[in-house]
Design a protein around this ligand. Structure first.
Ligand code: UD1
Ligand code: MG
Length: 465
């Protein structure tokens, strides 16, 4: 490709049919916002300094979503139509020349290959523009491509402005255009608002260019469903499903076993190694990386986490922003809430919650425990019901447990507190003071047995009644 390409993504509208307080392009499909998808597609065709996003409604949020990618922005403070969005960018865009690709920010599924062939077509054509069209079963709502008897494009007519004969045409404008920048900017001032919506229609540029003596090509797309914009939440769900299906299929072809793939959600940004098994209804989200030969149990949710090889996650487990080393076992019903670091071969069982905790190699917390702000050594055994009291109502405090410590069941560790290597905490203890290396700590009332007490009580109540 020789001609420089500029891409403009229109994303200033609210998207009324979403019935949302959030701008439409900020809704997510496949784990990314719609605007992120459309920007990422653009970046496969043009350098970031030639990718422009037209923002207006909730501009700050839309910008912050894609700013990191180095793209540029056009502010359209009042949304007076798709043509007006380009007028708003004239000063930035017109000097760039070359080819001007325009599409809408609500079309997250557009394949880069379709845009590449559109550009290729325009580059080899004498036409002033090429647009993508599709034959739709029901084109209601879309602009219609009007051609003459010889098949030459004459204009695009919007739904609201069409005559019954025009509206009977099934060839729809999908909303992807490639203009020669020269004639486009030369004629942009001819756009007007003489239409039922009182908007500047970008689609009017087709008729304008043709009346000025140019030709415009329309390029029929093979799979229109991928190209169409999302207008409501039903269409959003359909796009989300398509992304999920694509991702899971890609993973399976790359050596990951996915059971009942139609039930599993994996974000685009996730990487998974070969021979890992994903059980039904698992969700693997965000920037998660999973190694080889792992198992992600049914209904588990793993988000923004790193799991090394051979990690086993039993069903109904949540792992969030944590790192899990090779051979660890987690779940069922476990929760790694925030920034945990699990060493090789550690074992976390049911109803155990960890927060900002480092669990040493081979350590075990098998049942019913809360371990927060803790550093736990190697081969520690954390008994059932162990609680770290990390919060005193004002601040969080650390618990340190040395290597080889045995924490008896139902121990309560009041932080800040430190347990030396090899120590032994008696079951039911409330530990408030440091425990020396190899010591036994008992922090509970001594048991008292009163012989025959129960029998005597029973006899007393019997004589009363
Ligand atoms: C548009 C096309 C129609 C096409 C359809 C395909 C026009 C006039 N019509 O209609 O021919 O069949 O898309 O989906 O272009 N936007 C702005 N600023 C504005 C108005 C809109 O940035 O002032 C953005 C919106 O955020 C949206 C996109 O442009 O992402 C399309 O706008 P929308 O109102 O949905 O156009 P349609 O009526 O769908
Ligand atoms: Mg639309």
């Amino acid at each position: 490709m020789n001609t420089p390409v500029t891409v403009v993504i229109l994303a200033a509208g609210l998207g009324t049919r979403m019935k949302s307080r959030r701008a439409k392009v900020l809704h997510q499909a496949g784990g990314r916002t719609l605007v992120e998808h459309t920007v990422d597609t653009a970046l496969s065709l043009a350098t970031p300094d030639r990718v422009f996003v037209v923002v207006g409604h909730q501009a700050a949020q839309v910008k912050s979503t894609v700013e990191g990618r180095g793209v540029r922005f056009i502010h359209q403070t009042e949304q007076k139509g798709t043509g007006h969005a380009l007028i708003a960018g004239r000063e930035l865009l017109a000097p760039l020349g070359g080819l001007l690709v325009v599409y809408y920010g609500d079309c997250p599924l557009i394949p880069a290959a379709v845009l590449a062939s559109l550009i290729d077509h325009q580059e080899h054509s004498k036409a002033a523009a090429t647009l993508v069209s599709a034959e739709l079963e029901d084109p209601t709502g879309y602009g219609r491509v009007i051609r003459d008897s010889g098949g030459q494009v004459l204009e695009v007519i919007e739904q609201k402005a069409g005559t019954p004969a025009q509206l009977a045409i099934r060839e729809a404008n999908v909303g992807i255009y490639c203009f020669q920048a020269g004639p486009f900017w030369q004629h942009i001032d001819e756009l007007g608002t003489n239409n039922p919506a009182r908007e500047y229609y970008l689609t009017d540029m087709v008729g304008i260019l043709i009346r000025a003596g140019h030709t415009v090509d329309a390029f029929r797309a093979g799979n229109p469903m991928e190209l169409l914009g999302i207008n409501n939440r039903v269409e959003l769900a359909a796009a989300d499903r398509t992304f999920r299906e694509r991702k899971v299929r890609e993973l399976m072809l790359a050596g990951v076993t996915v059971e009942k793939p139609e039930t599993v959600s994996v974000d685009d940004s996730v990487a998974i190694g070969i021979d890992t098994v994903i059980e039904p209804f698992a969700q693997i989200l965000g920037k998660t990386k999973i190694g080889e030969a792992c198992r992600i149990g049914a209904c588990s949710i793993v988000r923004d986490s790193e799991l090394a090889d051979s990690v086993q996650v039993a069903p109904f487990t949540m792992i969030n922003t944590s790192r899990v080393a090779a051979g660890a076992y987690i779940g069922p019903y476990a929760r790694l809430r925030l920034e945990n670091d699990i060493a090789p071969g550690a074992h976390i069982g049911n109803f155990v919650e960890l927060k900002k905790t480092r669990l040493g190699a081979g350590a075990k917390a098998m049942h019913l425990a809360y371990l927060g702000d803790s550093v736990i050594g190697e081969n520690v055994n954390v008994g059932a019901g162990t609680i770290t009291c990390n919060y005193d109502g004002r601040a969080k405090h650390q618990t340190k447990i040395g290597n080889g410590v045995f924490v008896g069941s139902n121990a309560t560790l009041v932080a800040p507190v430190e347990i030396g290597d090899g120590a032994y905490l008696a079951a039911g203890s409330v530990i408030t003071d440091p425990v020396p290396v190899d010591a036994l700590a008992l922090g509970r009332a001594r048991q008292v047995n009163k012989p025959d007490w129960a029998r005597k009580r029973r006899e007393k109540t019997r004589t009363k009644s």
